[in-house]
Ligand binder design. Sequence first.
Ligand SMILES: [Fe+2]
Length: 429
Amino acid sequence: MRKALMICLVGACVKGNPQPDDPSFSDLGGTLPIEGCGYSVTSRIGAEAPRVGNPASVGADPTPRLLHLGLVGDARTTMVVQWRTADEETRATEIRFAEGANLGEDALTETKTGIEFGYKSTGSEIYRMHQAHLCGLKPDTSYSYQVGSPGHFSSVYTFHTAPNVADKPDAEVVFAFLGDSRGGYDVWQQLVQHTIQRKPDLVLFSGDAVTVGLTQFEWEEFFGRAEPLFATVPVISAHGNHDVNSVNYYSQFALPGDQQNFGLDYGHAHITVANDTPEDIAAITGAFRAAIQTDFEASKNARWKLFMHHQPIWSASTRHGSSTFLKDSWNPLIDQYKIDLVLNGHDHDYEVTKPLFDGQVKASNADGTVFVVAGGAGAELYDAAREFWTEYSEKTYSAAIIRVGRDAMTMDAFRQDNTAIPTGFSKTK
Ligand SMILES: [Fe+2]
């Protein structure tokens, strides 16, 4: 039997990713090719291998819960719907859908069987995760859907696919940017509600969703409070240190590639995402740095370049402040590839830097990268401060809205009470 890992954060220790004694539950993970999508889904140690849903297997409580959308493939033509069922036995996994917004149940004429797998974290309970992967969708198009099993379907929600900017070069896309909800789920819910008003196409979450990634009841809060947003807008997450590389994290977010270091195109933007808390810290200067460089190189001709990871390279907060380790390891790549905007959390305040290149303040953001910290999505706030490179800082709960068009990218942020934060970001090309 493998030895269970002990994870200790903020004074609490929990046993992680245990080896269950249940012989019917194999926790070794596995990989399943997704029919019609051209990609595979891989589950981690602590989870079962993914398998195609079984329509005949319906347990005592098959009601779909914690609906949220994700992206594994091309944002223009694919979408992943994820949900949980409360019982362990329900393996029936189905999506009903049709092109068009806000359709009634009777209009959902297409069906597809999804995949499912169970996972365990700190106890013996099996959390049953379901995923429906839709591929071959039309760009810039609304679809209505519901998920579950016959007699136990969810409400009907609508999502919208990303535009194909080759066909629609004037298309503007809207990203919501939030991070560090952990432990502050009332604030998280308020910010989510304010975010919905702003009609984002994609949510970028910079990590630390929960206080300890292995505690499932916190994930219920995170996903449950955000369901009105996440059931209609896909979420892309960067792994945060409090997510502790948990089986819960990797089982509940559908993300491209290895779910840690990846890139995706959305509208005129390319977003590179990285895990700056790897299981082996040597990866920061080794494999993960190489993965970031590979994605930066592959996307070097993108119109707008964003880079999201959790721990800030530039932060004037008195709590964590700038990570010199990440600065030494990753900032030269940010300079080399002229990343427009870096998105971080970890410090629970709101900060925007002046344009920076090689550690020096530049007069124009045409000549440097702007770094944003917006780690105020619910966790207790940290004190903000100022450095010579600080454009703006404030100790406040916050979320941001990033608008990306062909010739301009802007960012505006707002507080828990929905008032505007005066300083954001604006750049034209
Ligand atoms: Fe953090």
